[in-house]
Ligand binder design. Structure first.
Ligand SMILES: Nc1ncnc2c1ncn2[C@@H]1O[C@H](COP(=O)(O)OP(=O)(O)OP(=O)(O)O)[C@@H](O)[C@H]1O
Ligand SMILES: [Mg+2]
Length: 391
């Protein structure tokens, strides 16, 4: 089995896996860091509380600023509020409050509430009989740090999504250009020898020595070449769509194919009453190409003999024509189901893995329809379903 996509998919999975591991690692690491820092802050508060007691015992006034600046240093950024025994704030540090006293009181109370929710206030007794409380919470740095890995993950996720979108759209448009360019060029190259062949046939027709049967065969071959050229030229430009009866198109293609495949493979077309079939806007050469490709794959899936069924029907809401192409061949293994439409995916010795890619392109890009594997069972068969919009 050959598939370039298999490798790229594995590569993508690997990238995602590495990113995930890096994300989890960063999360764990930061949490650990936060834990250590928080512990350090608790120790700082503890030292602060002890110092508070000692200083208060030796001096008559308790100055929070003095303590914070001189004992713990300028780096001390933990929000602290010193209260009296009734939990009324006396002094505070690293706390963001207004100068306006009315508002200030409310804000301080709010702080006390929040602080209490995280750490129980430390009770100190700097002087015999004087009870005070130290309220505190973690510094803003720690709070930020706690969210940091999530922010990091979010940024990383958004970046990957963007990269994926840019990457896949540029690759798709590049693929598009290659397809269209190649098809156009092929149609162009075939055009010249074809017109000269047609001229030769006209010339042979009036030559009595040349067998009429040979000329007839030649004409058929030229017709076929013309069809191929029309397909390539349609896919290489914006194809014109015309209202056609889907049954007639399917029948035409089946007639053509039946003559060219093993007699042991039967192709059957089923449809509702002819008059109930609405017309669909299709490009004839391209539509026939779809049916041809699906039938060829069906034949390949059989060991020389079997049945192919083409069932045409109209959806209940009459918005879509449904064409089911079923075979009783070897089926598609579930692990390959997702890849059959990918360019280059083939399980055949002489396959290019282009048939279904082309079919999908024609159905979806050129006709606004849908195609998918409706069902497939190993050694039972496969059904491809096409949905074409009715105007
Ligand atoms: N009806 C089917 N039954 C079982 N397998 C199928 C069927 N149709 C397609 N496949 C699987 O999907 C693969 C891709 O099909 P696709 O038509 O794109 O390429 P291919 O037939 O291998 O080569 P190419 O059409 O380019 O000559 C096939 O190789 C086959 O494994
Ligand atoms: Mg094929």
């Amino acid at each position: 089995m050959r598939s370039i996509h298999y490798d790229t998919n594995r590569f993508k999975m690997l990238i995602v896996l590495v990113a995930l591991i890096a994300g989890v690692f960063s999360l764990v690491y930061t949490q650990q860091l936060v834990g250590e820092l928080a512990e350090r802050e608790e120790q700082q508060i503890d030292i602060f509380a002890k110092a508070q007691t000692i200083v208060a015992a030796t001096e008559d006034s308790i100055s929070l600023n003095f303590l914070v600046n001189d004992i713990l240093g300028q780096n001390f950024s933990i929000p602290v509020i010193l209260t009296d025994e009734h939990h009324e704030p006396i002094e505070w540090r690293n706390v963001n409050v207004d100068e306006d006293s009315a508002k200030q009181q409310a804000q301080l109370r709010n702080y006390l509430q929040n602080m209490k929710a995280i750490y129980a206030p430390i009770k100190i007794e700097p002087i015999e009989g004087v009870v005070m409380f130290i309220y505190y919470q973690n510094s803003f740095l720690i709070t930020q740090l706690r969210y940091f890995p999530y922010v990091q993950l979010l940024v990383f996720g958004m970046f990957s999504l963007l990269a994926y979108l840019v990457f896949s759209s540029s690759r798709r448009s590049e693929q598009n250009r290659v397809w269209v360019g190649l098809a156009k060029e092929t149609a162009h190259q075939l055009g010249t020898p074809l017109s000269s062949l047609i001229a030769w046939i006209e010339y042979f027709k009036v030559e009595p020595q040349i067998d009429a049967n040979i000329i007839e065969d030649l004409e058929k071959d030229v017709k076929r070449l013309e069809t191929i050229t029309a397909r390539f030229s349609s896919i290489g430009s914006t194809p014109t769509l015309q209202d056609e009866n889907p049954l007639l198109l399917v029948q035409d293609t089946v007639d053509y194919l039946s003559k060219r495949i093993s007699k042991k493979v039967k192709i059957e077309v089923s449809y509702p009453k002819l008059e109930t079939l609405p017309l669909v806007a299709v490009n004839k050469p391209l539509f026939e190409w779809i049916i041809e490709n699906l039938c060829k794959n069906a034949v390949d899936a059989m060991a020389g003999k079997g049945n192919i069924k083409l069932e045409i029907s109209v959806n209940k809401d009459r918005k879509q024509i449904q064409i089911d192409v079923s075979d009783d061949g070897k089926g598609i293994p579930p692990s390959q189901l997702k890849r059959v439409f990918k360019p280059g995916f083939t399980t055949k010795k002489r396959g290019w893995g282009l048939g279904l890619t082309l079919v999908k392109r024609i159905v979806e890009n050129y006709h606004g329809g849908k195609i998918f594997v409706y069902k497939s069972e190993l050694n039972v068969g496969t059904t491809f379903r096409i949905l074409m919009p009715i105007k």
